[in-house]
Write a protein that binds this ligand. Sequence first.
Ligand code: NAD
Ligand code: UFG
Length: 353
Amino acid sequence: MLNFTKKDVLKNKLVLVTGGTGYIGSHTTVELMNEGYDVVIIDNLSNSEKSVLDGIAGITGRKPYFEQFDICDREKLENFFKIYKRLDAIIHFAAYKAVGESVEKPLMYYQNNLTTLMNLLHGMVHFNIPNFVFSSSATVYGQPDKLPVTEEAPFKPADSPYGNTKQIAEEIIRDTVKVNPQIKAISLRYFNPIGAHPSALIGELPRGVPNNLVPFITQTAIGIRDELKVFGDDYDTPDGTAVRDYINVVDLAKAHVVSIKRMIEKRGKSNLEVFNLGTGKGSSVMEIVKAFEKASGVKLNYKIVGRRIGDVESVYSDTKYANDELGWKAEIGLEETLLSAWNWEKNVRAKKK
Ligand code: NAD
Ligand code: UFG
């Protein structure tokens, strides 16, 4: 049974956010609602919790529509499209994202990440949904030959099945819009999203031991982990630790709203566009550790260990195309971002006590 009823009158543009109770999806839902969009979320809660909806409502003053099911279930999805007739756009976040797990369970990753995408694209063709935003990743570039990396840089052979699903997904979207020119799509290639909403009401909720740097840092600082392992200090970088482009998740979320507007207002240059979402600035692992210590006032326990298999040395974005053409720029600084991650961690632990 879906939650939308005949009594519901939609006054605003309606956007489907798949994976909307997840980390980036929840922040994007907030920014969409703040900009006056109506939002319906589909999420099967495989990597998120329903209570995220309360966090969203706490910030925006209203709850988005929420439908809990697996997007791999094509029959349920088609039923959804029949009920929510007038969708203006889809933003597709729903996917599995753990690089290491994807190496162990490749079929699970190909199945989920590609079936969800294809089911949604089928739906767009059959139910005349015009606009699509896809969560891609800087992982498609591997270790780029030139830094900063532009959208023109070629794909490198993927290091993991997860990375490969992003490359294949971009190709599936390209082939689909080519023969369905009524559909417009934007692929957003995220660099390293970090931080949380400044309210500390929503943020990243990793299950088990975090793989990513910033959740590992905040969990170490709060005492859940003994020490951070810094993977490698023998890279060819200024301090020997690996360099990434860390972008605030609220800045990232705002780029999705800008992308939706661009498509609705038909300002795109072609019906498939690709933008890098980063800050343009690379930071090393040790720079992140120091910036976190400064922002939080907490001394972090860490140890340098060997490199992590599959890690690239250095990657950061050329932001010119996104700045000039999309008209979007990352604005929030690193320390403010790390402080937001720390405030979120403290808030989550306080609630769990
Ligand atoms: P997340 O795991 O927090 O959110 C994804 C959400 O999708 C979860 O709530 C999960 O329950 C849901 N989901 C997964 N499979 C589903 C299915 N079959 N049906 C319905 N719901 C399903 O992840 P995130 O960090 O918010 O990432 C969002 C997107 O951005 C993903 O596509 C990810 O690959 C991409 N991305 C993330 C990062 C990052 O560092 N977080 C970097 C680059 C790209
Ligand atoms: N790192 C540590 N210790 C940790 C965790 C990470 O030193 O405990 C280091 C990593 O070696 C890397 C940096 O911190 O140098 C960032 O690592 P993350 O795991 O946070 O992020 P990645 O750059 O490896 O990967 C992220 C996303 C992927 C996405 C990729 C695209 O997790 O999904 O960005 O660039 F594909």
